[in-house]
Design a binder for this molecule. Sequence first.
Ligand SMILES: O=C(O)CCC(=O)C(=O)O
Ligand SMILES: [Fe+2]
Length: 275
Amino acid sequence: MADQGSRWRTTIEIAAISAVLYLVLGAPGFPSSLLGGSSEHRIPQSRAKTESLVYPSPGLQCGSQSYNVHIFSASPLVIYIDDFLNQEEADHLIDISRDKWQISTVFNNGVEERDDSVRKSEKALIDRDTTVQCIEQRALSIQGWPQETFIERLWTQRYNVSGHYSLHYDWASASKDSRRVSTFMVYLEADCGGGGTNFPMLQAPEDVKWCDFIECGQQGDAEGVTFKARKGAAVFWMNFDADGRGYKETIHAGMPVTKGTKVGLNIWSWYQAGL
Ligand SMILES: O=C(O)CCC(=O)C(=O)O
Ligand SMILES: [Fe+2]
């Protein structure tokens, strides 16, 4: 949470951080074919990545879930999905994360390490029971079952007071044949102050009806737009356009939690040609 006197980030800070991230994270906005991965010089996909890609079982039987879709932006496509998960599903995911929490890490110059100044939280790789697979299926269904697109094994993340994730893109590398096409940031527990998901390059809409889903007034002091952490809700966005250019507007941050606990869920869809 920020007040008038002490803004969490100034415009200049955001511009500087964005410029560094832009270069470090593979120059989003450039055609991914220029980043490597042409058909002649295909970058071999790491075994670890391929093994983390999953697809729900064909015979899966799932109940229906009535979610409410609010399109925030058409380009890039950004949607706030209220009730993406029901309360039981959200509680179940927290339950199966128990005993699996580990300190979240980041990659600095290719080295995986803890860096609380960038990302302060815990994360858990959850087992793929029926509930989890039905959530994977829902995520694919909303996207219209895109071809050659898989789900990355799901991770939950837990933020206590002062937990946060500073500005970043959700992709670190991308190629013509292989990339993290979309993100669902889902809120499983939101009994907290702060903890919204901020997009400094997206513009807040005018209509006050959006104030149910985004921070308005004092709490809306951060640049751009901050989606509220609401239990069961999800923010969905596409990371790349049809030509494989990363959308620079999708830079985002998990805002610091000022009280209580926030638990989130990442659902990332991965395009992998020829798997
Ligand atoms: O917790 C949030 O609001 C954002 C988390 C996030 O961006 C991520 O895990 O990649
Ligand atoms: Fe992210």
